[in-house]
Design a binder for this molecule. Sequence first.
Ligand code: FE
Length: 333
Amino acid sequence: MMQRLSLLAVTLLAAGPALADVNVYSHRQPELIQPLADAFTAETGIAVNIAFVEKGMVERLVAEGARSPADLVLTVDIARLIQLDDADVIQPVDSGVLTANIPEQYRDPDNRWFGLTTRARIVYASNDRIKDGEVTTYEDLADPKWKGRICTRSGLNDYNLALLGAVISHHGEADAKAWAQGLKANLARKPSGGDRDQVKAIAAGECDIAIGNTYYIGQMLADPEQRPAAEVVHIVYPTFTDGGTHMNISGMAMTKSAPNRAEALKFMEFLAGDTAQRIYAETNNEFPVKPGVPVSALVASWGSFTPDPLPLSEIAAQRPAALKLMEEINFDG
Ligand code: FE
């Protein structure tokens, strides 16, 4: 009996301390996050429990407070990361791996949130009706030559507010207002639907160009029902006259109450590493945030471009002004 017990003790000691799980609240879809979690568990033996939270992420974390089981939040758009920070439910993370792998413009200067992928907000253009070189800058989208030819989703949508925030950063509020008014005057129809609906509107002949995020074209090409619409448009990367192409991020943050900080930090560093960055690139056709990790073959086929150098924290700082401006001009009306 004694012998058995000591054998058990030796076995337990050899296994080391038990590893806690990492608990993730994800705003991102299961098809994308599960393969990342599986790869992490295979490498480290640390299990990842994912709760997919479609709505009310901030409210849930606030309500759960210090008792929240969540260690880590995964979400899209700089606005949502900032909302988490404003609600005081995330904490700074000190990691040489994260600061080495993630370019400065795509993470919080105070290390409270980190970008994991980038996406460009670009122009979808009709293959038939738009010639090479016709789409140039974001500023040009307000030129009357586009009257009745542009489609976009709501001006109050996070993606469009970030784009307008970038316009404000580049040109100031007065010029940004004139730009947004010019863009509104060029719309073929009132803003409605999501980015994919704008691709469908081009295919249906309602407009010639539209504003949208890059990866939706990849999602549409992979869907037999949406593929025909995606096949008659192509991606053009506009630039700011004094900059590059507008970028946004998907990202992560450690919760303030994280019960399993060490394991959560390991997962964060894994997500910013080569294996995970490749999975992001291949699964959702986003741009890996880590320099040197290749984009997918589809993304490569869209050609190269120069990302705008504006820090995401600066774009986020312009969000209240962007929202006010969109409401003032009744962009969606
Ligand atoms: Fe999206």
